[in-house]
Design a protein around this ligand. Structure first.
Ligand code: ZN
Length: 452
């Protein structure tokens, strides 16, 4: 049992409870108690951490990512989404299991250092004969100690079939479904407190066939796992969809069975009022990725309207190739700025931004009973932020420091296990991760030059 006292607690529960001089009790993998004032006497014997100058929040939930991209940062820095993809697909064709492990471990270590306790991943590049890439990233998540929701992605429309990716990174329809089912059977854990849950995640409705989208949804629902893909990211996609199908991307997704309470979709920048209504009515979640949308100039997602309509909205860093900094805490700040660029000064508050990054993400991942808030009985996924010192001394409201400022992470627990302590990673050596990442980046670049 562990007690943290004297800290500011932002619980992010339904009542929005905050305790300026609060305490938190962790018991094994669960939160045992949260409250104001001194710790109740029954916890007097527990190990104690002095929380003065610290803010306790739920661990942050990252709802969209591509971990393999950590080793391919900096390519096509000033290009459009399509130009960027065309540059990077041949690079990603060089991936193998070892490179994915190095990339994922380094990236998850970095995410942990920025307050993230649960991350999803969307992996859709599976070059033939390069080992088990999904296993490689799941083992990386176990090494770092983060709760992990990998999406078994796919592409089956290669260049020769009119798609963007080279044929070497696309797979056949039946092979994709078989591999996805095998991934669910091997890794998916539906139990309370699970560290690994699989999602079914074709890359986008435009890099796979309609048949694969439909069959993927059917497979996911038969297995009780969630569905994830990219949608409505750019105006180009909107135009393509209207010209090809006479439908908006959201209408097309709904035709394919891809709106529903078990679906969360990345980006959703270009949504009509009708689409926003459909997302809310069906409980379809949105992974809002403001940094990535800015990096690629895709536009600003209608987050205020989605929230007003009642749709679930979480935050995502997106792949590092379109968000080189990849810091989870930064997305709270970016979400706030993006919402205000679009909708004015009242479009999003600091507390609403924190809600998106915690309970909003938990809702997207179907885990509101387990993570996303600091409440007794929930999992002990807790971030402690340094809101004093140069970063925040003198700011009366620690949540303002968290979202508008630049707080440092002091500690992070996932399921009661320490992952970050004293501002440093405790589950792996960051220098070793960085060396692995540098070697992997160099190796994939050499592979491109050699054309292998
Ligand atoms: Zn993405």
């Amino acid at each position: 049992m562990l007690v943290i006292d004297g800290c500011y607690v932002a619980a992010v529960d339904a009542a929005g409870s905050e305790y300026p001089d609060g305490y938190l009790v962790l018991d094994g993998d669960r939160i045992a108690a949260v409250g104001a004032g001194p710790v109740p006497p029954q916890y007097a014997a527990a190990e104690r951490i002095d929380g003065s100058g610290l803010l306790a929040t739920p661990g942050l939930v990252n709802t969209h990512h591509h971990l393999y991209q950590w080793i391919t940062r900096g390519y096509a820095a000033d290009d459009t989404l399509f130009g960027w993809l065309t540059t990077l697909y041949p690079v990603w064709a060089g991936l193998d299991a070892e490179l994915v492990h190095a990339s994922a471990a380094a990236n998850l270590g970095w995410l942990a250092l920025t307050g993230c306790s649960t991350s999803s991943d969307h992996h859709y590049v599976f070059p033939a004969g390069r080992g088990d890439l999904l296993e490689a990233e799941i083992l990386a998540a176990r090494r770092i100690g983060l709760r992990f929701h990998p999406g078994r992605g796919s592409m089956n429309l290669g260049k020769s079939a009119g798609g963007l990716p080279p044929d070497s990174v696309v797979e056949k329809h039946d092979d994709i479904l078989a591999a996805t089912q095998a991934a669910i059977d091997r890794w998916h854990d539906p139990s309370f407190g699970a560290m690994t849950r699989i999602a079914v995640a074709p890359c986008s409705p435009f890099s796979v066939t309609a048949e694969l989208m439909r069959d993927s949804a059917e497979l996911a629902r038969a297995s009780g796992v969630r569905l994830h893909t990219h949608l409505a990211e750019t105006i180009d996609e909107e135009d393509f969809c209207q010209e090809t199908y006479g439908r908006t991307p959201a209408q097309y997704a709904e035709d394919l069975g891809w709106l529903g309470p078990d679906v969360w979709l990345a980006h959703c920048v270009h949504l009509s009022d009708e689409a926003i209504g459909r997302f809310a009515a069906t409980g379809t979640g949105v992974a809002h990725c403001p940094t990535s949308n800015g990096r690629l100039g895709s536009g600003i997602a209608p987050v205020r309207a989605l929230l007003d309509a009642g749709a679930p909205v979480g935050l995502g860093v997106d792949g590092a190739a379109s968000n080189e900094s990849g810091r989870m805490i930064d997305e709270l700040h970016q979400a706030l700025l993006a919402a205000r660029f679009r909708g004015g000064p009242l479009a999003l508050t600091a507390r609403q931004s924190l809600h998106l990054a915690t309970m909003g993400g938990a809702r997207c991942l179907g885990r509101t009973g387990e993570i996303g808030s600091l409440e007794p009985g929930k999992l002990a996924d807790v971030a402690l932020w340094q809101v004093g010192g140069l970063a925040g001394a003198g700011i009366a409201d620690p949540v303002v420091t968290l979202v508008f400022g630049a707080p440092a992470l002091a500690r992070l627990w996932v399921g009661g296990q320490p992952v970050v302590s004293g501002g440093g990673l405790v589950t792996a050596d960051p220098d070793e991760l960085a060396a692995g990442q540098a070697a992997a980046s160099a190796r994939i670049a050499r592979r491109i030059q050699a054309g292998t």
